[in-house]
Every structure is written in C-alpha cells, then in structure tokens.
Design a protein around this ligand. Structure first.
Ligand code: GRF
Length: 214
C-alpha cells in the first residue's frame, strides 16, 4: 500500500545524534518556505540537536521562513541580494555578519543563491546544504522535475558540504524515497521533504561530532 510516508532508506539510521557536548552555533540561510529551517529548530527543541541559532538570514522579502523564525523567537535578518553589486559583495556581507554572531556552521536550507569562494573561505568546510535529489544525480535547479523527467524509480535528498561547484561537495547523508507512476512534482517533493527534515538535523550533528574529534 502506498503512503506519503513510505519507509525511506535512511543512511546511518542508528547514528547517535551528537557525540560531543558543545552547543553548536548555527546560522541558517533560507530563501522561501523554511520547512527545513523549522525542522532544525524542532530538533533543537526536542533535545535531538545541541545547537542554537543566533540568526536566520533570508534574502526574499516576505519569505515564509521569516514568519516561522518569529514564531520561534529566532532573530531573522533580511539581506536582499538585489541590493548588492555582485555575488561576492553579498557573500562578504553575510560572512561579516555571521562572524559578528560568533557562528560556527552555516546551513543553507533552501538558499536559492549560488555561493562564492568569499563565503566558503570565511567558513571552510563549515557550510552545509540540503538538495532534493540523490546527488550526484540531478544537481542544480528543478531537481525534482529532473528526476521525474528521467523516469527514476527512486528519488531522495542529500546533505553535503558546500564547495565552489554547485551541489558537488562531500556527501554527509542521504535518504531515498520511491517514485510512484502518478507522481507530480508536488507529490514527489512532499515525500522527499519528509526525509529532508529527518536527515538535515542528523547530518548537522554528524559533522559537528566529526569536527569535534578532529
Ligand atoms: C528543499 O527541498 C531543499 O532541498 C531545496 O529547497 C527546498 C527548501 O524547502 N534546496 P524549505 O524552504 O526548507 O521548505
């Protein structure tokens, strides 16, 4: 029987959520809806992730993620990329801001901007992204549509470290979901998002534990 919450294939399902005691300082960058942002916040509230989010940065005025942040009492800062001369200038401002907040890790949770080396070099190996495909398949925009067009029978999502090449950095965690014959981009994306919300907090805990050991 098919259901939207069909059993996923979650990589590292038994992973302890966080092996070290320190409280991570995460900044979240988001452009739109913000369900992944809220999944991180919920994981923190549930005691599954020892972290705090001193700042959310969003780039689109009116993005729903800002209202989610407000509901949780998390400071949200609008930084509109349209106000900057270049991608680098925008990333420089973001990096400066996040340094002021003492942030350790950046999580791009639906951040629809291509990142430059300015941000990556300011936070080397400490920028994480979630992408709605089983990378390296279907990088870039419209990953769900790409998967449906290719006719794959298994889709999913990936959390990875951000590098200069879009959606190409080291993979931290993935989850897979079935694709059904009558799927639309909306139904498949909804199924993928359930798994995104599972693996994103876990992947954050994983990298934090690994970084603490190294
Ligand atoms: C997610 O599907 C994520 O993989 C992609 O953008 C979407 C953001 O969703 N990068 P939300 O804003 O977190 O609901």
């Amino acid at each position: 029987m098919k259901s939207i919450a069909s059993t996923p294939h979650l990589i590292s399902p038994d992973l302890p959520l966080q092996a070290n005691d320190s409280v991570l300082k995460l900044a979240v960058l988001a452009s739109g809806n913000g369900s992944n942002f809220e999944a991180i916040v919920q994981a923190i509230a549930d005691g599954k992730l020892r972290a705090e989010i001193p700042i959310l940065i969003y780039n689109n005025p009116g993005a729903a993620v800002a209202a989610r942040a407000q509901r949780w009492g998390i400071p949200a800062l609008l930084m509109n990329h349209r106000d900057y001369q270049s991608r680098e200038a925008f990333d420089f401002e973001i990096a400066q801001t996040l340094k002021q907040y003492g942030v350790d890790w950046i999580v791009m949770a639906g951040w629809m901007r291509v990142v430059t080396q300015v941000l990556i070099e300011a936070f080397p190996n400490r920028v994480i992204n979630i992408h709605p495909s089983l990378l390296p398949s279907f990088p870039g925009i419209r990953a769900i549509e790409q998967a449906l067009k290719a006719g794959v029978k298994i889709a999913g999502c990936t959390v990875h470290i951000v590098t200069l090449e879009v959606d190409n950095g080291p993979i931290l965690m993935q989850a897979a979901v079935p694709v059904f014959p009558d799927d639309t981009p909306e139904t498949l994306h909804a199924r993928v998002q359930i798994q995104e919300h599972e693996i994103l907090p876990r992947a954050i805990a994983l990298v934090a534990s690994q970084a603490a050991k190294s």
